[in-house]
Design a binder for this molecule. Structure first.
Ligand code: KG4
Ligand code: ZN
Length: 335
């Protein structure tokens, strides 16, 4: 079954053609980064307007790149939740019109679950596994028993990890988007330059949770207090120290979840899954199988949407034209 996937939940206007939930025939991502850079963050109004202007061309290019006739498409999957309301609506409306006018089945998918599906486009994996979804809007450690059956073990009690990267980068003018700018700078820095606080929310229900607002405040407002005077005060050292504190906190919770559950497979997804230090922390552990998406599928893309959509359509799930975009979603079940 050949699925057209559409993704427009934030600032990437994306379309992809994926066959049987596995073979990515095309993956077009038109990024709006340059149009939001002047504001150091995504401006929702600009994002939705650009999606409206770009989506037709992006979808046409995905079909052309795949080298298929439009008539070869068997179904349409679109990110319907969560995300920016105006941006989501563009993709959802386009997908509905595309599917309706061609009599194709159509399904709205959850963006967070789609991120978790990205590594599965390339690899077979057995359930259950521990999912690590880390992006600008989400920080989740979960147990996955199926492609849409996840139980949240831990999350952030305040900022998402990518949001913390973005805010620190914005404050110090390190570059936009902040996560990749910090990652780049950190390669030349020494993480020992600051000893940032690492809250340990060890007790009871917070056993796998993280918190980034304290780290963000330490990096932005209390740098004098945490800077080790033996090190030069420069952007690279700051980036390396911040990155290490942010990622170590996450990895400690992930390892705790693996130990407690006995599960040995980790599947990561989301923009922060591109982070070099995070990847290195989980690499070379013989006892674990760790699947990261290729860099091209870490950030928002439509291949992951088409892949997850295929699984749902294959099971018989369908949405009707009454499907609406939802900026928020009901929380996943908690353990
Ligand atoms: O998945 P994504 O494209 O959009 C959301 O669903 O949020 O993730 C974007 C987030 C941003 O916060 C960005 O700064 C972060 O991913 N990011 C990174 C890296 N590349 C992107 N964070 C750390 N290291 C990176 N290499
Ligand atoms: Zn995303």
């Amino acid at each position: 079954m050949t699925i057209l996937g559409i993704e427009s939940s934030c600032d990437e206007c994306a379309a992809a053609i994926v066959a049987d939930g596995r073979r990515v025939a095309s993956n077009v991502v038109a990024t709006q980064i340059a149009r939001h850079a002047a504001f150091d963050g995504v401006v929702p109004e600009i994002a939705s307007r650009l999606h409206t202007e770009w989506i037709q061309d992006v979808v046409s290019k995905a079909i052309a790149d795949a080298g298929i006739a439009e008539g070869a498409i068997d179904g349409v999957a679109v990110t319907a939740r969560p995300g920016l309301a105006g941006s989501l609506l563009v993709g959802v409306s386009f997908a509905k019109a595309f599917a309706w006018s061609r009599g194709l089945p159509f399904i709205g998918v959850n963006h967070v679950l789609a991120h978790l599906y990205a590594p599965l486009l390339d690899d077979e994996v057995e359930y259950p596994f521990i999912g690590l979804i880390v992006s600008g809007g989400h920080t989740l450690i979960c147990r996955a028993d199926g492609f849409d059956d996840v139980t949240v073990l831990g999350t952030t009690i305040d900022d998402a990890i990518g949001e913390a990267f973005d805010k620190v980068a914005k404050h110090y003018g390190l570059g936009y988007p902040g996560g990749s700018a910090i990652d780049r700078l950190a390669r030349a820095g020494d993480a020992a330059a600051c000893d940032f606080p690492r809250p340990n929310l060890y007790k009871g229900e917070h056993r796998y949770d993280v918190s980034y607002s304290g780290l963000k405040t330490a990096a932005i407002r209390q740098l004098d207090q945490f800077w080790n005077p033996a090190y030069e005060r420069n952007d690279a050292n700051l980036a390396a120290a911040f990155e290490r504190a942010a990622v170590d906190m996450l990895v400690s919770r992930l390892l705790r979840a693996l130990d407690d559950t006995g599960i040995r497979t980790v599947v990561a997804g989301g923009g922060v899954a591109a982070n070099t230090y995070l990847r290195s922390r989980l690499a070379g552990r013989a006892e674990l199988r760790v699947l990261f998406p290729p860099l091209s599928l870490c950030g928002d893309n439509a291949a992951m949407v088409a892949g997850l959509g295929y699984r749902m359509l294959e099971r018989g799930d369908r949405d009707g034209l009454q499907l609406n975009a939802s900026p928020r979603v009901a929380a996943f079940k908690r353990s």
